[in-house]
Every structure is written in structure tokens, then in C-alpha cells.
Design a protein around this ligand. Structure first.
Ligand code: APR
Length: 261
């Protein structure tokens, strides 16, 4: 690389970082003005805590087939195989802690009257970080549901027996929304209300490929919200949102909130 090219590269990096600084400054101003904030997070926000994403280079779906492990058909066919996989994920997640992005959002919640954090993540790290107003639209890996009496309980036992049973004798399953299953009506209604009412939507760490979450940005935009995306890579929403900032959530999210409150 010759000197000129290096100088050009340095300038580009300089320009890129000043563009990013300007963008972060704009988001701070929007947060200060906002009266109703909604946040949507995906696996990318937990990647900095060491939680594998789904579609990244080391993503879960690179090594495992969702139709074999994350569907009710798979569970009917072989509940031990499915529970074996979820026990593996629970053991992994039991060692993970929230990162600065999770904590920044929990702090933000305390300063915004109308606020909802919608997460696709089942790792429970937002709640561990102190977030209260959370809609876990895909469920939570630390909850189990009885396939007979439908009772939902919190169970952090690691590992669980391969065929865990409920006090009613029914087989327990992970309280997670699997492929082909619909999201609970109550959590979906809560999410759509927040998307239609918010004047600011922050989307953090999601590839924007899985519905209904992938429809949330257009819904908020259609209802007049200013939409910001923070993601390591471009997504199908990057051209639709008002501001797309590429980078790691653990770096960008705290910067967006620093000095705002
Ligand atoms: N900071 C910000 N973004 C990141 C980071 C990081 N440190 N690391 C990865 N990302 C981005 C990736 O670029 C990718 O676009 O996070 C996104 C993660 O995308 P997916 O792995 O597809 O995860 P997600 O969008 O949450 O998946 C949605 O799909 O498999 C189902 O139910 C599962 O909830 C999940 C849903």
C-alpha cells in the first residue's frame, strides 16, 4: 500500500468515523426530544456477551438445522434430541452476562416515560441487566411450559433432565416460540401498540429477516417514528431507516446515550 493510498485510507477512516460521530450526535438529540421510545433487539446485542447469533459466521443455524431442533414437529418426533440441544444452549447461556449495550438500555428506560423494549432474544440478558418494560416476543430459555396443563414456570436448573415433567405429570417443553408457531397475541398487541405510538424506534443487532419482527421497522416508520438501526452489517432495513449506524452494539449504544440524561 503506497503512502498516497495510506493517506487516502486514513482520510476515509477519519471521514467514516466523523460521519459516525455525527450520526451518534443526531441520535442523542432525537432521544432528548423523544416522548415515546421503542427499542427492538436481536441476537447481535448479545453477541458482545459471547452469545452465538443465528445467521453470523459462527451462527447457530450454520451448525444446527432449525427444522430439526426448533419446531413443534421436531419436539413431537424426538423430545430428547430437542431438550439435549436446549440444555446445551442453557449451559452456554448460564455463563454469559449482560454487556454495556444491555445496561445502557436498562438505564435509558428509567428516563423515558413511554418506553418498551421488544426483544427477539430468549437469553434473558435484558432482564438480568435491569430492564423492566420488556416484551420477550420469542419467549425465554429460562422458562418451561407444560404440554398438558400449559403452566409456565421459571426453571434455571442446568442441565434439566432430558424429559423434564410438570407437577401434573405432563412433559415440559422450552417456553420459546418455534418456527411455524405464532407469537402470543398479548405480546404482539403490546409490541404493535408501542410501534404505532413511538416517535423514536431503535433497532439493535437484528438481521431483519424473521417475521413478524422484520415488519416492525416499516410499521413504526408508517406511523411517523424516526427509525435508527445499529448493526454490525447492513440489513434489508438499512435503506428504509432514517439512520443506519454500523458497529458493535456494546460500543455504539452507550455512546448514543452518554450525556443525554
Ligand atoms: N453488534 C451489533 N450487531 C451485531 C453484532 C454486534 N456485536 N454481532 C452481530 N451483529 C448483527 C449481525 O450483523 C446480524 O445482522 O446481528 C444480526 C444477528 O442476526 P441473526 O443472527 O439473524 O439474529 P436475529 O436477527 O436476532 O434472528 C431473529 O431468528 O432464528 C430466529 O428466533 C430466532 O430470534 C431469532 C430470529
Amino acid at each position: 500500500m503506497n503512502i498516497l493510498h495510506q493517506q487516502h485510507e486514513d482520510r476515509a477512516i477519519g471521514e467514516r468515523s466523523s460521519v459516525k460521530d455525527d450520526a451518534i450526535q443526531q441520535v442523542r438529540a432525537r432521544i432528548q426530544q423523544a416522548t415515546c421510545v421503542t427499542v427492538l433487539t436481536g441476537a447481535g446485542i448479545s453477541a458482545d456477551s459471547g452469545v452465538p447469533t443465528f445467521r453470523g459466521p459462527e451462527g447457530l443455524w450454520k451448525n444446527f438445522r432449525p427444522e430439526q431442533l426448533a419446531s413443534s414437529k421436531a419436539f413431537e418426533r424426538d423430545p430428547q434430541l430437542v431438550w439435549g440441544w436446549y440444555n446445551w444452549r442453557r449451559e452456554l447461556l448460564a455463563t454469559k452476562t449482560p454487556n454495556p449495550a444491555h445496561f445502557a438500555l436498562a438505564e435509558m428506560e428509567g428516563h423515558v416515560r413511554n418506553f418498551l423494549l421488544i426483544t427477539q432474544n430468549v437469553d434473558g440478558l435484558h432482564i438480568t441487566a435491569g430492564s423492566k418494560r420488556v416484551a420477550e416476543i420469542h419467549g425465554n430459555i429460562w422458562k418451561v411450559r407444560c404440554t398438558v396443563c400449559q403452566q409456565v414456570t421459571i426453571n434455571r436448573e442446568v442441565p434439566l433432565p432430558l424429559l423434564p415433567s410438570c407437577s401434573c405429570g405432563g412433559l415440559l417443553r422450552p417456553h420459546i416460540v418455534w418456527f411455524g408457531e405464532t407469537l402470543p397475541a398479548q405480546v404482539l398487541e403490546q409490541s404493535f401498540n408501542a410501534l404505532q405510538e413511538c416517535d423514536l424506534l431503535l433497532i439493535i443487532g437484528t438481521s431483519g429477516l424473521v417475521y413478524p419482527a422484520a415488519s416492525f421497522a416499516p410499521v413504526a416508520k408508517d406511523h411517523g417514528a424516526y427509525v435508527v438501526e445499529v448493526n454490525l452489517d447492513p440489513t434489508p432495513h438499512s435503506d428504509l431507516v432514517d439512520l443506519s449506524i454500523q458497529g458493535r452494539a456494546k460500543d455504539i449504544v452507550p455512546q448514543m446515550l452518554s450525556g443525554v440524561f
